[in-house]
Design a protein. Structure first.
Length: 111
């Protein structure tokens, strides 16, 4: 199964402070959302939010979230409930590899 980085999220206590910091550091642009903001970079889309506390999480693009989640479990990893959908596709936020490292899965919108 292929899996390329497709999205990243930064958990942050203060969204406005983070927007200022990353805009000045990387020239990122932001679009407000209900829980933070979408990040516009030149390479990989991202988001900032206050829901998980300080953290960085990488999402990997997969053809099927269900199949990828099943494979995570078969390989000794963990999958919890945290999921969402947006115009960009479906997201499974709460995976961990067999050593406990968190990551997410992203299934892009079919064209």
């Amino acid at each position: 199964m292929a899996g390329e980085p497709s999205h990243f999220e930064i958990g942050i206590p203060d969204v406005e402070r983070a927007r200022k910091f990353y805009a000045e550091l990387f020239d990122w642009e932001f679009e407000s959302t209900a829980h933070g903001a979408q990040i516009g970079t030149r390479a990989l889309p991202g988001g900032i939010h206050t829901e998980k506390g300080p953290s960085v999480q990488i999402f990997f693009s997969v053809p099927s979230i269900e199949e990828a989640a099943k494979r995570v479990l078969e390989l000794g990893g963990e999958v919890d409930e945290g999921s969402s959908e947006s115009a960009g596709g479906r997201y499974l936020h709460s995976c961990r590899d067999d050593q406990g490292v968190p990551f997410g899965l992203h299934e892009a919108v079919s064209s």
